[in-house]
Design a binder for this molecule. Sequence first.
Ligand code: ZN
Length: 164
Amino acid sequence: MSAGLRVGHGQDAHRLVPGRPLVIGGVTVPSERGADAHSDGDVLLHALADALLSTHALGDIGKLFPPANPAFADLDSRTIVTRVLAELEERAGTARVTNVAAVVTLDAPKLGRYRDEIATSVAKLLGIGPDAVGVTFKTSEGLASDHVQASVVLGVTAVTPALP
Ligand SMILES: [Zn+2]
């Protein structure tokens, strides 16, 4: 058996449109506009899921959850993360997330007051402490005011069987 730290990185963006919910890290934030997406459009969790997959070069969530599949319409993105974690366990052995560093870029509404709730929600999903989930909020300074974007870097310690 060998154990090591692997770093993962993922990014995501969705267009903002009226009449859609704005879901960030599993938390629904009151907003006039939300993500135009096939699923619930949770940019943070989509970037997180891709970051998890990238730690073991397992592709991306587009491969696991094809947008053309109607079964994934309005899917709760927490389900995506849970399935990705199961995939990681299967492919990499016992995988544990050490910490998450997330950056969410959104001009409006301001997200600062939801930071603790979002960190706690993400931490619960991953089975880690909220103090291991850093969430940074940025604005695009008007350069991308019709979009919500997220970038996630994380660490995973994996215990994989030694090569024969
Ligand atoms: Zn997405």
